[in-house]
Design a protein around this ligand. Structure first.
Ligand code: ATP
Ligand code: MG
Length: 206
């Protein structure tokens, strides 16, 4: 009997922001999850110039969740060289927590990419899949896409309406690069870490 509900939220978290934290908390409340594990992705083999490395992304994610004892961070993907497949990560987690039911949380922008993942059908078998609303894709559009995917894989991905927060790491990186404030879009501790460590070309903000 699976008696522990655990949320999983993967991402590059480059950097982690308020959007990630708010939607994770909404899903945790709604489904009565015991905890959510944030899993920063490993560095891609050919990293682009403006991105932070896995160590910094991991530390920022740790800082962001520090005040919430139900939020955890796993280094399972950053410990590995190159790209990790969700299938492998979920398989490892299933072995580590045999009595857990996993809720895999993604934004609607990420879930529509699912057919291009490695063995989506297997991934869908290992967890309950929750797609949270995100500005850029309407709920109607997302519902149509998700029902197509569900038909394709005989799965039951659920669409979850979270507060629509138009926050993205891409926009935050751009703000640091151009000397514009990103305050309140991300935790203050993470903002300070970025400035202190000169990430994303943030030197003008010191
Ligand atoms: P980038 O702009 O670099 O792609 P991002 O803001 O999309 O960054 P990711 O690390 O790519 O952040 O996202 C991790 C997961 O969180 C994905 O499933 C993504 O869809 C979801 N997500 C990110 N931001 C939001 C948001 N504002 N609302 C809902 N879901 C989000
Ligand atoms: Mg993204």
């Amino acid at each position: 009997m699976k008696n522990k509900k655990i949320g999983i939220m993967g991402g590059t978290f480059d950097p982690i922001h308020t959007g990630h934290l708010v939607v994770a908390n909404e899903v945790l409340n709604f489904y009565g999850l015991e905890e959510i594990i944030f899993i920063p992705a490993g560095d891609p083999p050919h990293k682009k110039g403006t991105m932070a490395g896995s160590f910094d992304r991991y530390i920022m994610t740790e800082m962001a969740v520090l005040s919430n004892h139900k939020f955890k961070v796993s280094d399972i993907e950053i410990k590995k060289e190159g790209k990790s497949y969700t299938l492998n990560t979920l398989t490892e987690l299933t072995e580590k927590y045999p009595d857990a039911e996993f809720y895999f949380i993604t934004g609607t922008d990420a879930v529509i990419e699912l057919p291009s993942w490695r063995e989506p059908q297997e991934v869908l078998k290992l967890c309950r899949f929750v797609a949270v609303s995100r500005p850029g894709i309407s709920m109607d559009e997302a519902a149509v896409k998700i029902s197509e995917i569900n038909k394709m894989y005989n799965s039951s991905i659920e669409l979850f309406q979270a507060p629509m927060l138009k926050i993205s790491s891409t926009d935050i990186r751009q703000r640091f690069k151009t000397g514009k404030s990103a305050k309140y879009l991300l935790p203050e501790s993470v903002e300070q870490y970025i400035i202190k460590n000169n990430l994303y070309g943030s030197n003008d903000l010191r």
